[in-house]
Write a protein that binds this ligand. Structure first.
Ligand code: IVH
Length: 708
């Protein structure tokens, strides 16, 4: 770094320190980073270089000297977002999740109530030095090898999750504490106990009476995508990446909700008094033998060359892993040497991280479209000059919301950096200002809904703009129908094109219109055949048996996703109970916060919605949780094993069997009445049914049995 004057360095150090504290806060507390890790690391490196240049300017509380804190309201955030910043406290920015929803309380600001006890770490929970350069990595190895000669390293993946410290006493999990500010953290034990891979009790073995094991709690890509899909469904901003999703989930107040988030864990650092291991590799192998989840991809390798090979291997292979990684961690394997090398204030001298640069592409922005979603939220989508990125051609990228567009200061014609963060749609992370064409204009943010022309409104507690014309905006109406018929809702066989066709022809205005469509009407329409009519009408008929909780979900009440609908159905077993519940009563229900409560109360306050419920009830839809349990006695005393793929989910079929008095055990036995077999039924079940003479029936026969 070029030498700068002391006064200029002082000014820059102060600015960088404040900025880095703010980014730590956004990352660790709000789970909403506003810059990429790469940009953060560059700023940190600049601060480190300035402090090295003028050591007397380095403050003891500099961000270079402490790890970011995940504790809401902790002192490390005293320099957090302030009114003079561009962002209000608690507001989320770039790649942001501006919602303050109770349905997803992980996205709440710092004022959230917390059930977590704060616990001081026995050994401080430090971070790792990191680099993006091979030279630095080699320099790390050279320094170690200059002192010790030939050295073994434990080469490991750098998991992109949330650091956790588990304490086991007498083989039982006693506490699970987040990194917090490195000195003390939150005990999230109840939530951690919902993670299946973490044993509550260790397998028999020679484990120390008391020890700590540290690692990372992460959300696999599949769970992340499912969670974001659900968020989009109910009009919430999705999480920017699996790390934020894991961190938010781990801090949820309801462990039942955490259990549904699909979190997982990997452990990589064993600590304790007088542990009997000579190397890190031995310690981790022992932990694995006690039943603890460790990484199968860690390797003990000798010398820098092997380390570089490991890095090269994972730089490409990591893309096919089922979870996010952001680099490789290299640790001196010998524990004696680790102790000799010791720590700096912030990180161990015996380990470092090589971070992978995110794959980026640079391409011109052609235009911006504004899309209206089911809940009326308007999302800006960038149309790009097609560009290859990580094996696909990227043509479109999300711009999330107006705040992000303002922060990026994006102009039409700008060259923009595109990254794939695991989302289906890539995102724009930065603008190359040097390449801005002369006279480039900012995209015009729409004042009115691009579909129906209604003036847009901005939610006070969200960074999103909405079209408020819920009942008259064609895009919203059609999207609401698509949601209503979806598999997890009413499971009616109609895709986007069918909904488009029926809506454009004026056949469907509200959901109940689906229940009065006739075969004659449909047969007269373009593209409909006898078979497609029967399939469609059959699915409409079957949807009358869909349980009440799914009807609630299908109605598309804002913030009422599948999980919330289930919770509501338990507490309000009939829709009439729900309709008359006050906002206060709703908010007192477990897992229902004030925002969800307000949304439900608002929905039922609208006369047109109450009329819709009446019409749907008259059409035969399930509006009672209990009613579904006693639909008939047609299957009384019958034991039906379900196997294979059906036109509806197996869960629904089982619910139907129970609703008609039958039982559905998991395996075929002498007591089984029928094996209900769909497509590709389990071979062993079919074989056993054959051996025991159990009748095998198909889905259609089943419906006949229950008189459908
Ligand atoms: S060892 C004393 N090993 O990355 C620090 N950390 O950016 C010992 N991380 O704080 C940490 N994968 O939260 C270690 N294989 C791995 C890791 C790992 C991810 C996290 C950890 C650490 C952070 C540093």
């Amino acid at each position: 770094m070029a030498k700068i004057s002391k006064s200029a360095a002082k000014e820059r150090i102060e600015a960088l320190s404040a900025e880095l504290e703010r980014h730590n806060y956004n990352y660790y507390v709000l789970n909403a980073p506003v810059i990429t890790d790469f940009e953060f690391d560059l700023k940190m490196q600049e601060l480190q270089a300035l402090e090295a240049m003028y050591p007397d300017l380095a403050r003891p509380d500099s961000p270079t000297q402490h790890v970011g804190s995940d504790i809401a309201g902790s002192p490390a955030q005293s320099t957090g977002p302030s009114s003079e910043g561009k962002v209000r406290e608690g507001e989320h920015r770039l790649n942001s999740k501006a919602s303050q929803s109770e349905a997803f309380p992980e996205q709440k600001g710092p004022a959230q109530r917390t059930k977590f006890e704060q616990i001081e770490h026995k050994y401080p929970m430090l971070s790792l030095g990191n680099t993006y350069s091979r030279e630095d990595m080699l320099a790390f190895c050279s320094k170690i090898e200059a002192e010790y000669g030939s050295t073994e390293y434990s080469c490991e993946l750098k998991f992109d999750g949330v650091a956790i410290c588990l304490t086991y006493v007498d083989g039982r999990l006693k506490q699970a504490v987040t990194r917090g500010d490195g000195v003390k953290g939150d005990n999230v034990i109840d939530n951690v106990l919902t993670i299946k891979s973490i044993p509550r009790q260790l397998k028999p073995g020679d484990w120390p009476r008391e020890f700590e094991i540290r690692g990372e709690i992460y959300m696999p890509w599949s769970a992340f995508e499912a969670l974001n899909a659900e968020k989009e469904e109910i009009g919430e901003q999705p999480f920017a990446n699996p790390r934020n999703a894991a961190s938010g989930s781990l801090k949820l107040q309801s462990s039942a909700q955490v259990a549904g988030r699909g979190l997982d864990c990997v452990l990589y650092h064993l600590l304790g008094e007088n542990l009997p291991f000579a190397t890190h590799g031995e310690a981790i192998a022992a932990a694995a033998s006690w039943g603890l989840p460790t990484s199968e991809h860690s390797k003990i390798l000798n010398g820098a060359e092997a380390v570089v090979e490991y890095i090269d291997f994972w730089d490409t292979r990591r893309k096919s892993l089922p979870y996010a990684t952001d680099g490789v961690v290299i640790k001196v394997n010998d524990l004696q040497r680790q102790r000799q090398l010791g720590f700096t204030a912030k990180s161990p001298r015996w380990a470092t991280a090589y971070k992978f640069k995110p794959e980026q592409a640079l391409t011109p922005l052609l235009s911006v479209d504004y899309q209206v979603g089911r809940t009326g939220a308007v999302t800006p989508v960038a149309n790009l000059e097609p560009v290859p990125l990580s094996g696909t051609i990227v043509k479109r990228a999300s711009l999330h919301n107006k705040d992000q567009m303002d922060l990026l200061d994006i102009h039409i014609g700008d060259w923009v950096y595109v990254e794939k963060g695991g989302e289906i749609i890539p995102k724009i992370t930065a603008v190359e200002l040097a390449k801005r064409p002369a006279g480039a204009l900012k995209p015009q943010w729409p004042e009115v809904c691009p579909d129906c022309g209604t003036p847009l409104v901005r939610d006070t507690d969200e960074a999103r703009h909405y079209c408020p014309n819920r009942t008259g905006c064609p895009t919203q109406i059609k999207a609401a129908f698509v949601h209503f018929v979806s598999r997890d809702a009413m499971d009616i066989l109609a895709g986007d094109a069918t909904i488009d066709q029926l809506y454009n022809l004026g056949y469907i205005h509200d959901f109940n219109d689906l229940y009065i469509l006739t075969k004659e009407q449909l047969m007269a329409l373009e593209g409909w055949q006898e078979k497609s009519c029967e399939n469609f009408l059959g699915s409409v008929e079957r949807s009358k048996g869909v349980p009440y909780e799914r009807v609630l979900y299908a109605l598309g009440i804002r913030h009422v996703g599948k999980t919330t609908a289930k919770t509501l159905a338990k507490s309000f077993p009939g829709i009439d109970d729900l309709a008359v519940a006050s906002q206060e009563q709703l908010a007192q229900t477990e897992d229902i916060g004030p925002i969800v409560a307000a949304s439900i109360a608002d929905w039922f306050r609208e006369e047109s919605n109450r009329q819709l419920v009446e019409k749907l009830r008259a059409s035969g839809l399930q509006m009672q949780a209990v009613a579904r349990e006693k639909l008939s006695n047609a299957l009384e005393g019958k034991s039906i094993v379900v196997s294979g793929v059906f036109s509806i989910s197996r869960e629904d079929l089982k619910a139907m069997i129970e609703a008609h008095g039958g039982t559905c055990p998991g395996s075929v036995s002498g007591k089984t009445t029928y094996l209900l077999a769909g497509d590709k039924p389990g071979e062993s079940k079919v074989k056993k049914a054959g051996q025991l003479g159990v009748e095998i029936i198909d889905e259609e026969t089943f419906y006949q049995l229950i008189g459908k």
